[in-house]
Ligand binder design. Structure first.
Ligand SMILES: C[S@@+](CC[C@H](N)C(=O)[O-])C[C@H]1O[C@@H](n2cnc3c(N)ncnc32)[C@H](O)[C@@H]1O
Length: 252
């Protein structure tokens, strides 16, 4: 005890009281959070926020979608992209909008230097498809997406290995001959096309290949989560729940 500072002593004493640890954590989270984006308020060491390579790649995200506050989600996709770059196979994103996350990954791993890889970006580039939205997919799914096709084409003019595929998922999936996939992002805010993308690409995913389900734990998106869980079970695996709301699936 003698070596303890007063603050440490008080913390030590408080922690011995009933419920004190919960209360202490509550106070810490309320008054000294280290991160307050992505629906989280946490007190963890967020060293990645100070990593220049993270910040440079996050700037690429902000260039596509200014004002976006989702650094931990971006960190996870950057990491997943880095991990996938060590495997063989192409990168695929289904649900691109303004290509915020994909731009961030492309910047983080200098995707243009991976000349034997392609990054396929699948989207209608004009929003969700009414016929594919089930009656139980409620208000959380209603969002007006403006036409971003030309914007995304212009964004990747200088990237010959980024391939923009306009069309409705699932119909558009078979229009491109993709044989091996290392990274798959599923972010269409809609259970049916997301399930179709999982079923289409899973057999093409290399061993160890990674899938990021962007909306997995988002409130109001339970149909997407249930459908993804059902898919994971059908292929004998499980999805990792991430506090950001993402789900991670690795082909083992
Ligand atoms: C949440 S946004 C994607 C956000 C994106 N991942 C990012 O980095 O910001 C959802 C996108 O899914 C697309 N989408 C929804 N249903 C689709 C479908 N059936 N086929 C193709 N694209 C679809 C929409 O057009 C929209 O751009």
């Amino acid at each position: 005890m003698l070596n303890f500072s007063y603050a440490q002593r008080i913390r030590h004493l408080i922690k011995r009281l009933p419920y004190a640890e919960d209360f202490y954590n509550f106070l810490n989270t309320v008054f000294s959070p280290t991160y307050t984006e992505d629906g989280m308020r946490v007190t963890k060491n967020c060293a990645f926020l100070h990593d220049p390579s993270f910040n440079q790649a996050y700037d690429a995200l902000l260039k596509q979608a200014p004002g976006t506050k989702t650094r931990w989600r971006a960190h996870i996709t950057q990491w997943a992209g880095f991990y996938a770059s060590k495997l063989r196979g192409d990168f695929v994103e289904t649900g691109v909008y303004k290509a915020a996350f994909s731009s961030s990954i492309i910047s983080y791993i200098n995707f243009q230097t991976l000349t034997d890889r392609k990054f396929y970006l699948f989207d209608t580039y004009s929003g969700l498809v009414e016929d594919l939205i089930s009656p139980n997919e409620g208000a959380a799914y209603k969002h007006d997406y403006e036409d971003t096709y030309q914007f995304v084409i212009d964004s990747f003019k200088a990237y010959p290995n980024v391939i923009i595929v306009r069309g409705i998922v699932p119909d558009s999936l078979a229009t491109v001959d993709i044989r091996q996939v290392a990274y798959l992002s599923v972010d269409m805010n809609s259970a049916k096309p997301e399930r179709a993308a999982l079923e289409h690409f899973w057999p093409k995913l290399v061993d160890g290949g990674i899938v990021v389900l962007d909306d997995y734990l988002f409130p109001g998106r339970e149909l997407q989560q249930e459908s993804a869980d059902e898919f994971a079970e059908s292929v004998g695996t499980k999805i990792l729940s991430v506090p950001t709301g993402q789900g991670i699936l690795i082909k083992i």
